[in-house]
Design a protein. Structure first.
Ligand code: PMP
Length: 437
């Protein structure tokens, strides 16, 4: 007989539970904008789970789609077989993807999408006769998941330092090209795009003919919401195009309406060669990821059978029927409720609400874009992350789920949030900031 709250067998090392000796906050149910905690309290979800439940929790279309699919065709491999639902999903996804993103490859998570994209980029250069292009460029403070490719190109040294060399030939653009603080100004910073020339410097250092791809999050999420200066992503695009380097946008967070457009590529008007997604593709309900590529990349592999054989990639669960059904239910919900663009309508209200926190104790910066917000706190001397973590604990006690990364409170509510709920969420944060040390 194992008690339901016996945590002894479960292991997930990077929870702050260990650092701060806190028992996890148990969730037992969820509906729309709220979780229900194990003590029965309703918790307003200010983070869409983990940046993923974009349509809100337990939405009927998604639940029904999963239940119906599970009763009819539970699993079929994508290797040498298929099932109609995954083909329908691919077409529907390409329909809403930025122009030029014509094909989609299914994975089961953001980390898998990133490693898939890196493999596609390296393999593409090879099949195009550019086998010398083996280098990859990421960005300091970039987060691209936890698999080996993702931590190699990712810019968080602590995530990779115990694993030796990892992928070789990886460079990281300095993050100083993104103004870390936005001096409380709203939206995209006006200045700093010129620092995209950091990429030019790295390209010049290595010779462009050795570089396969550059990967960036259009808006860095997990490392503290770093918003690119106006024109910055276009500049990256120009440099990549000039030198024959592929540009990968990691849209695991920004994809599916987070910025008030279907993808960040739409928001910034910049089209990469490859887009990685996960999370919002299936509303975070069932593991799924999708990697979008251009026709040119797809055709490079498909024109010669020998290329297909060389490029061995795909997962047992790639585009499996139940995940595909969940994704179709998700797309239906987005469409019926206009959720992929709802963030654009709410963004001005969201921005005002967030910036009303200026002047509250210890707030040293506020950043926002689409339905993402960051409130940066002055760290307690010698105890980094403690202040923000206290805010998280207190907010949960009061009935709101916020997320912290370092001493930054990151907010990314489900796209169904109402103005009243925005006020409620921000009021929770305000009160918490006045409660903690
Ligand atoms: N890329 C980005 C930009 C992410 O934010 C994340 C997850 N937060 C990942 C990749 C990894 O996704 P997953 O946790 O689904 O592997």
């Amino acid at each position: 007989n194992i008690a339901p709250n016996d945590l002894s067998a479960f292991w997930m090392p990077f929870t702050s539970n260990r650092q701060f000796k806190q028992a996890p906050r148990m969730m037992v149910a969820a509906k729309d904008m709220h979780y229900t905690a194990s003590d029965g309290r309703k918790i307003l979800d200010g983070t869409a789970g983990l940046w993923c439940v974009n349509a809100g929790h337990c939405r009927p279309k998604i639940t029904e789609a999963i239940q119906n699919q599970a009763a009819v065709l539970d699993y079929a491999p994508a290797f040498q077989m298929g099932h109609p639902i995954v083909f329908e999903l691919a077409n529907r996804l390409v329909d809403i993807a930025p122009k030029g993103m014509d094909h989609v490859f299914f994975t089961n998570s953001g980390s898998e999408s990133v490693d898939t994209a890196l493999k596609i980029a390296l393999a593409y250069q090879r099949v195009k006769g550019q086998g010398s292009r083996t280098r990859l460029i990421g960005r300091e403070r970039g987060y691209h998941g936890v698999n080996f490719g993702g931590i190699s190109v990712g810019g968080i040294v602590t995530n990779r330092k115990m694993f030796g060399t990892l992928l070789t030939g990886v460079d990281h653009m300095p993050h100083t090209h993104l103004p870390e603080k936005n001096a409380f100004s709203r939206g995209e910073p006006e200045h700093g795009a010129d620092i995209a020339s950091e990429l030019e410097r790295i390209v010049a250092l290595h010779d462009a003919s050795t570089i396969a791809a550059v990967i960036v999050e259009p808006v860095a999420g997990s490392t503290g919401v770093l918003i690119p200066p106006k024109g910055y992503l276009q500049k990256l695009r120009d440099i990549c195009t000039k030198h024959g380097i592929l540009l990968i946008f990691d849209e695991v967070i920004t994809g599916f309406g987070r910025l008030g457009t279907p993808f960040a590529a739409d928001y910034f008007g910049v089209t990469p060669d490859i887009i990685t997604t996960a999370k919002g593709v299936s509303n975070g309900v069932i593991p799924m990821g999708a990697v979008f590529v251009t026709k040119e990349i797809h055709d490079a592999f498909m024109t010669g059978p020998e290329h297909m054989i060389e490029f061995f990639h795909g997962y047992t669960y790639s585009g499996n029927p139940i995940a595909s059904a969940a994704a179709l239910g998700t797309l239906d919900t987005y469409k019926e409720e206009g959720l992929l663009t709802r963030g654009a309508e709410l963004a001005p209200y969201w921005e005002d609400a967030l910036h009303s926190l200026k002047g509250e104790p210890n707030v040293i910066d506020i950043r926002n874009i689409g339905l993402i917000g960051a409130i940066e706190l002055q760290p307690i001397a010698g105890e980094p992350t403690k202040r923000a973590f206290s805010a998280f604990v207190k907010a949960f006690e009061r009935g709101a789920l916020i997320r912290t990364t370092g001493d930054i409170i990151a907010l990314s509510p489900p796209l169904i949030i109402t103005k009243g709920q925005i006020d409620e969420l921000i009021d929770h944060v305000r009160e918490v900031l006045n409660l903690i040390d």
